[in-house]
Design a binder for this molecule. Sequence first.
Ligand code: PNS
Length: 163
Amino acid sequence: MRRAACPGSFDPVTNGHLDIIERASALFDEVVVAVGVNKSKSRLFTPEERISMLEEACAGLPNVRIASFDGLLTDFCKAEDVVAIVKGLRAVSDFDYELQMAQMNSSLADIETVFVPTSPEWSFLASSLVKEVATFGGDVSSLVPPLVLERLTVRLAERRSEV
Ligand code: PNS
């Protein structure tokens, strides 16, 4: 059994993430989507909400499961018997930081990082931009699954009513 991890914050999951997860699921026997729950970062969605959206969005992929992790990704990979970390690369600008992380992770544990080029249709996509555009009323319906759009709309309305 060759198991890979697709790590990220997924705040929230986008069509770009799903493209990488789906393609990783065709390459490995099992893919664990590893949701980082580092408490020092402020997020729009709680870890439970991010996991629940991923579970729904990945329901059609039988060899994909969702898990959360706190702390080092390499510790999670060791505990889960993961042989490879799969990361999407959108552009050259992603490469510097991703290479640095891949090399740090391989110095910490015997784990490869596999880079998958993002499909061109999602090369500009980032959760942070989706949130910013949606906050100012832009249409993000083609960038996230319908279930995410629904929850994003509700959460942003809640945030607006709080201020
Ligand atoms: O979606 P993001 O925010 O780019 O995800 C980043 C994530 C969670 C994959 C990355 O920050 C991470 O691996 N965090 C865990 C802490 C860790 O292992 N740090 C050392 C990385 S070399």
